[in-house]
Ligand binder design. Structure first.
Ligand code: C2E
Ligand code: MG
Ligand code: MG
Length: 680
């Protein structure tokens, strides 16, 4: 009761209201700052705790002095500067220690000890502040109110800490802040109820009150500044937080290397566009781009150069598409474009063509020229589908078709392409069955010495007749066997059978067997080969393994080890289809290769195509200078043969001499020739 009468009769209400506002703002700010100690660790946690204590201490101190400004004891009053400063230090230091203990893991210690220290600090600040307050009169203290003020302050502070711990980092801080403010305010006014001044008779009121008011006002201003600093540090923190949130969001949706949107962003945008389509959104085209020959660039020029190429690709892509189109990097060397508002097929073809053309131009990296290319698959929404999954599927099919086409470029999705994919699925199933039943057979194509016209051996070629689909080309089924992981098993079978067949041929004839890049990466290959030779009794010196350049890319150590081991056993290695791949001279130098086979695509353009003729000439000369034998394959006409003979290739192979024939026919052919030679 006395608390209320003291508050009502002895205080200026406006100033009390100001003190209350000060107290509430200070409490809210302190609580918000203190919440940061829950999320931070180490030194940062102490910094936030200190900041919070500084704001809370200032709030307690300022509330006290503002309220004292409104106190009208009816006598003149002075203020002791030292005790005033001491009271401020007690407020900040005491709450600091209290908050530190209040952030402890142990709830009991945090609530009772931490809360207790804070409650006592508020009280200590108040009573030291009251000792600084010198009134000209007889000062009386009512102990029961002093004790009540202590109990209220400690109790409410403990409750505030408890609620604060419960609310954690939640935005609802009203209750803990309210309890903290209540602890300050109730202590102050209960404490004031314990205090009374009886004026000394004859002494005039007023006196130094003016000085006191100026000092108190200055104190209040300082307190406001400190709380203002607290609020602004909180706001700065919030802004930094939202900025780092923005940064996190950016990282989550962008590719770090090219700064393009990433796969996740692509999926989200595509989903959103498809959603819009359902609500009369505008049509769009989806392009998926796969770089050709990127891997060799990474392998030969190094990864830093590969990264630069990718950045350049991204920048060219951005220029190739129209402003507003969406570009993303969705895989290592895969990109996607969503081109909006394209309606005519011509426009779409123009865009896809531009992408292919722009990415086909050479890239200069660290003074080296890197030539890439791009295959592009395109589908249209809503023509080919109006949901993300279907569209991606259609574009994938178009891209798959583009990648496998003779001439690289772009392909617009057509429903018939689906049949190709379907056929592939059937082939996969049939091939798995064929592997179980060992449905494959081997044919042999003779190889001829171009100078004498005599046979030098034969190349073993795999054949598969599918019961449902008839004869399937090796160029179609071998890549599937590779992808299904079946090629090593089938390849081992080819080696075994071919060595077995060739063991029956006249002894001067050799055998060439094709080895897939996948087989070459299998460390068991030398053992498989040796086993096939041992089982058949066919000598290693008559066996030649044909590998392709792709097998040599980027797998230096493994491949080198395997090839060296094979060479040490006396087996020869030839580089097949030379001229179609990367035609890198470094392979010829680095790996133990004994023969180059000029790809049939050059041979078949002879004799009319001057370019092919010069390539054949260059390869033949290269072979001679490296002391390697050279074979020209795919000779179909006498003119081609004449041209090849002129270049000085060692061996020739082609339909002109013989198509691939079965094991018994080639055996007969070889024995007949031998007999003829013997008879002559
Ligand atoms: P390759 O090793 O370059 O084999 C030569 C290919 O050219 C064979 O095709 C052969 O039939 C064909 N050919 C030969 N002379 C002529 C000609 O005068 N004109 C034309 N147009 N073609 C000719 P095939 O048998 O279809 O094999 C294609 C490719 O499949 C082979 O190319 C080889 O890379 C791969 N291959 C074949 N058998 C095997 C095998 O057992 N294992 C592995 N890993 N790959 C194999
Ligand atoms: Mg071959
Ligand atoms: Mg070849």
């Amino acid at each position: 009761m006395r608390v209320l009468t003291c508050l009502y009769h002895e205080h200026n209400h406006w100033i009390v209201a100001l003190a209350a506002i000060m107290c509430i703002v200070g409490s809210l700010t302190s609580v918000k700052l203190f919440q940061r100690t829950f999320t931070e660790t180490g030194a940062q946690r102490y910094q936030w705790c200190f900041l919070s204590a500084f704001t809370a201490g200032s709030a307690i101190w300022a509330t006290h002095f503002i309220a004292m400004l409104g106190y009208q004891p009816g006598v003149s009053v002075t203020l002791d500067g030292t005790l005033t400063v001491l009271s401020a230090l007690i407020a900040v230091g005491g709450t600091g220690v209290g908050l530190l203990v209040g952030s402890s893991r142990n709830r009991f210690i945090a609530v009772f000890t931490g809360g207790g220290i804070i409650g006592l600090s508020i009280a200590a600040m108040h009573y030291v502040g009251m000792f600084a307050y010198r009134a000209d009169g007889i000062v009386r203290w009512l102990p029961e109110y002093v004790i009540a003020s202590l109990i209220l302050s400690v109790g409410l502070s403990s409750l505030a800490i408890d609620r604060l711990r419960q609310s954690g980092v939640s935005k609802h801080i009203g209750l803990p802040a309210g309890l903290f403010a209540a602890a300050i305010v109730t202590l102050h006014f209960t404490g004031m109820a314990a205090f009374s001044v009886i004026p000394l008779p004859g002494l005039q009121s007023g006196g130094d009150s003016a000085a006191f008011t100026t000092l108190a006002q200055a104190v209040a201003v300082v307190a406001f500044l400190i709380i203002g600093a607290g609020i602004s540090s909180h706001l700065v923190d919030r802004r930094t937080k939202s900025k780092s949130q923005e940064q996190l969001q950016y990282i989550a949706l962008h590719d770090a290397l090219t700064k393009l949107s990433n796969r996740r962003a692509f999926s989200e945008v595509l989903e959103a566009e498809c959603e819009k389509l359902k609500n009369q959104g505008s049509p769009f085209a989806l392009l998926m781009i796969d770089l050709d020959r990127f891997k060799p660039i990474n392998d030969t020029l190094g990864h830093p150069s590969g990264d630069i190429v990718l950045q350049k690709v991204a920048s060219r892509l951005r220029h190739a598409v129209r402003c507003g189109d969406f570009v993303a990097r969705i895989g290592g060397d895969e990109f996607a474009v969503i081109a909006y508002g394209l309606t005519s097929e011509d426009e779409i073809r123009a865009l896809a063509g531009r992408v292919v053309e722009i990415l086909g131009r050479p890239f200069i990296v660290y003074g080296q020229v890197a030539e890439l290319g791009a295959s592009v698959g395109v589908s249209l929404a809503p023509d080919h589908g109006n949901d993300a999954e279907t569209l991606v599927q259609c574009t994938d099919i178009a891209l798959y078709t583009a990648k496998r086409a003779e001439e690289r470029g772009y392909r617009l999705f057509e429903p018939s392409m689906q049949e190709v994919i379907q056929r592939r699925r059937f082939l996969e199933a049939d091939l798995r069955r064929a592997c179980m039943r060992e449905d494959f057979k081997i044919v042999y194509q003779p190889i001829i010495d171009s100078a004498t016209g005599a046979f030098t051996g034969a190349e073993a070629l795999l054949r598969w007749t599918c019961p449902e689909r008839g004869e399937v080309q090796p160029s179609e089924f071998i890549p599937i066997l590779e992808e299904l992981g079946l090629i090593s098993r089938i390849g081992a079978g080819v080696l075994k059978q071919a060595c077995h067949d060739a063991a029956l041929w006249p002894q001067h004839l050799g055998l060439a067997v094709n080895i897939s890049p996948v087989q070459l990466l299998d460390p068991r290959l030398p053992q498989t080969v040796m086993q096939a030779l041992e089982d058949s009794g066919f000598p290693a010196s008559r066996l030649e393994l044909e590998i392709t350049e792709t097998a040599l890319l980027g797998n230096d150590d493994i491949v080198m080890h395997t090839l060296t081991k094979l060479r040490e056993s006396g087996i020869r290695i030839s580089l097949d289809d030379f001229g179609t791949g990367y035609s890198s001279l470094s392979y010829l130098h680095r790996f133990p290769i004994t023969r180059i086979k000029i790809d049939k695509s050059f041979v078949q353009r002879l004799p009319t195509d001057e370019g092919s003729a010069s390539i054949v000439r260059a390869i033949t000369q290269l072979g001679a200078s490296l002391q390697m034998k050279v074979t020209a394959e795919g000779i179909e006409t006498d003119e081609q043969m004449a041209c090849i003979a002129e270049q000085g290739c060692n061996d020739v192979q082609g339909f002109l001499f013989s198509r691939p024939i079965n094991a018994s026919s080639i055996g007969d052919l070889f024995h007949n020739e031998k007999n003829k030679a013997a008879a002559a």
